[in-house]
Each structure stands twice: as structure tokens, then as C-alpha cells.
Design a protein around this ligand. Structure first.
Ligand SMILES: *[C@@H]1O[C@H](CO)[C@@H](O)[C@H](O)[C@H]1NC(C)=O
Ligand SMILES: *[C@@H]1O[C@H](CO)[C@@H](O)[C@H](O)[C@H]1NC(C)=O
Ligand SMILES: *[C@@H]1O[C@H](CO)[C@@H](O)[C@H](O)[C@H]1NC(C)=O
Ligand SMILES: [Zn+2]
Ligand SMILES: [Zn+2]
Length: 311
């Protein structure tokens, strides 16, 4: 499981999988066009949480293991750190899970109850970015023989000093109508950062930032989950990958039943530049986004970038 959830991969593997998605995988994708007729009728991949509402420490309920996987993925729970804890696959609501839920509740400004109360379940079901909220630290116990010393993203990873111009490219068959929102999102970051500039690469292969739609498992160890759930993800510098889930509904016109493409692009570009998630709900780097919601950059986002690169 650790390797499936891990975001640390070698560069070679990334290059290899980019080639894969470029030439074999991606060509079968079709963008989900305007399916307003079936609003909210897709079961969310996070829907299992609804049945677990009310669960608390000490209970054993089918599906609790999925909550553990969810919280591990987003950085709240790391069973790999301690070999003595109960098998995370088990459906037992243990102390570690309670602690993880409390961390989650603090992060999302919920009442810290340690149980799966209604507001917590509601927040967890919200469609979100696949990037973890918290960094799971590497195991510092050198005597341990656990091999899952994965990091979800390297601390303060950033573009090297002097690398202030970044080029971007689109995966093959990237729909042209989704290109202008990407360009606008880059230009908003350029204006706000007063540091980075962006231009389209001459060839997609030479781009620093590679943007594409993808479906399901797509070669980077972070599979998409169909409609709802995770709608996009991007990787910290200097990886450069930004993927949108092709199975989610996207719009460039701000319709209420689809994700606003430019808003999500703004968010994911933040990750490409080195930002993690923000605890400020109005920030573009807040992890969840609702259909039809449109946001811009805030001072919080710009401060994050300044902290990383200076002013
Ligand atoms: C999307 O669906 C709505 C409602 O059926 C329709 O009014 C609209 O024209 C459609 N838009 C596109 C781009 O197909
Ligand atoms: C889909 O959602 C939109 C916006 O919320 C609404 O106007 C429309 O009536 C909904 N369509 C269906 C079939 O529920
Ligand atoms: C926290 O609990 C208080 C008191 O029960 C309640 O009024 C409030 O709405 C709760 N806040 C959240 C975010 O659930
Ligand atoms: Zn994110
Ligand atoms: Zn991906």
C-alpha cells in the first residue's frame, strides 16, 4: 500500500510514464462532456464515509480500514512509522485513527471530537485535490528495518535558484478549449509572484511543466478515482506533472455543475511551484473545491511563495 500511495518516484520512472501516457494511454480518453442531466448521481469514491458517520474509538465496523487509507493518503496517519500498531487493514477504530481524525479536524477547523461526526464526514466527502495536506516525515529510527520510508512530498522542494522562467506543455489530445484557462492561470501566478514567468514550450517533451488529462491508474502511482473524489493532482518541484481527472466534469464557463477549470489549474500550479495545501479556506491552496466554485489567488498564497523563494 505504501508504494501505491507514495509520491516519491524516480525521475526515470516519471519520464517513462509520461511517454506511456502520451502515446498509448491518453489517446483513449474522451472528455466527459456536459452531463448536467445526471447531476450528483455518480456515487462519490468517498461515499463509503457516509455509512461510517457516528463511528468512534473502540468500534469495529466494515469500512474503517478505508478511513485509515484515506487519512494515510492525505498525511494524517502513518502506520508505517510504528511496526507495533494494529494492522491498518483491520476495521478496528483504534487510538491512532482517533488521533489522526483529531489532526484532520484541527486542519479543517472542525470541532475536535476524534470521531466521525457529521461535519467531519461532510468535509471528508468533499471533492478535493489528490495532493496530501501534511507531509509524512521519514522514519528517523535508523535501527528499524521498515522499508516504507516514503515521503509524500519533499520538504520545501522548490525550483533551483535562478530558474525563474518555466515552460509548460500539454499532453497529446489536450482539448484546445482548455488551453486558454491554463495560460490565464500561469499569467495570474506570474503577476502575483513578481518572480516566475511562464511560456509555452516549443515541444511538450521539452517543457518544465507537463499538463494532461488522465484516467484511473495512469503510471504515476496516484490513480484517479472516476467522477467525484479526487479531481486533479500535481507534483512538487522539480517534477512538473499536473494531471486533471478526465472523468470529472470540467467547465471553462463557470457552470454550477462542473469544476471551474481555471480555478483548479491555479491551485495545481501552486503545487508545481512548491506550495502545499493551506488551512485558509479562501486561499487557492485550500484542498477542496466545489463544483461551480471559482477562486483567485490570495495574500496567503503569495506569502507561501515568498516564503519559498524570497521577495
Ligand atoms: C450543457 O447542458 C445544458 C443543459 O442540458 C445545456 O443547456 C447546455 O447548452 C450544454 N452545454 C454544452 C456545452 O453542451
Ligand atoms: C443540475 O445542476 C444545475 C445547477 O445546480 C441545475 O440547474 C440543474 O437543474 C440540475 N439538473 C438536474 C437534472 O438535476
Ligand atoms: C462545534 O460545536 C459547537 C457546539 O456544539 C457548535 O455550535 C458548532 O457549530 C460546532 N462547529 C463545527 C464546525 O462543527
Ligand atoms: Zn492540492
Ligand atoms: Zn497523475
Amino acid at each position: 500500500m505504501a508504494s501505491k500511495l507514495s509520491y516519491s518516484f524516480s525521475c526515470t520512472f516519471f519520464l517513462f510514464s509520461f511517454v506511456l501516457s502520451e502515446f498509448s494511454h491518453f489517446q483513449h480518453h474522451h472528455l466527459q462532456q456536459n452531463k448536467s442531466s445526471d447531476n450528483n448521481t455518480y456515487p462519490s469514491p468517498f461515499g463509503f464515509l457516509k455509512k461510517l458517520q457516528g463511528c468512534h474509538k473502540g468500534e469495529k465496523v466494515n469500512g474503517i480500514s478505508l478511513v485509515k487509507i484515506y487519512l494515510s493518503h492525505y498525511g494524517y496517519l502513518n502506520y508505517q512509522r510504528n511496526p507495533n500498531v494494529i494492522d491498518p487493514k483491520k476495521d478496528y477504530f483504534d487510538e491512532e485513527l482517533e488521533a489522526a481524525i483529531k489532526l484532520y479536524q484541527v486542519y479543517y477547523h472542525l470541532n475536535v471530537t476524534g470521531m466521525l461526526d457529521a461535519p467531519t464526514v461532510f468535509m471528508m466527502i468533499m471533492p478535493r485535490c489528490g495532493f496530501p495536506d501534511k507531509e509524512i516525515h521519514q522514519n528517523s529510527d535508523k535501527s528499524s528495518d521498515i522499508i516504507s520510508h516514503y515521503r509524500l512530498f519533499p520538504s520545501r522542494s522548490k525550483w533551483p535558484k535562478g530558474k525563474i522562467h518555466l515552460t509548460y506543455g500539454f499532453g497529446s489530445r489536450f482539448p484546445t478549449r482548455f488551453m486558454p484557462p491554463i495560460t490565464r492561470a500561469f499569467s495570474r501566478w506570474a503577476t502575483a509572484s513578481q518572480y516566475f514567468t511562464f511560456s509555452r514550450a516549443i515541444t511538450p517533451q521539452s517543457a518544465d511543466l507537463k499538463i494532461s488529462f488522465a484516467r484511473g491508474a495512469h503510471g504515476d502511482g496516484a490513480p484517479f478515482d472516476g467522477p467525484g473524489g479526487v479531481m486533479a493532482h500535481a507534483f512538487a518541484p522539480t517534477n512538473g506533472w499536473l494531471h486533471f481527472d478526465v472523468d470529472d466534469r470540467w467547465s471553462v464557463r463557470g457552470v454550477p455543475y462542473a469544476y471551474d477549470f481555471e480555478t483548479v489549474a491555479l491551485h495545481e500550479i501552486g503545487h508545481l511551484l512548491g506550495l502545499g495545501h493551506s488551512q485558509y479556506q479562501s486561499a487557492i491552496m485550500w484542498a477542496t473545491i466545489g463544483a461551480g466554485e471559482s477562486k483567485g489567488l490570495t495574500l496567503d498564497d503569495i506569502r507561501g511563495l515568498r516564503a519559498l523563494y524570497g521577495s
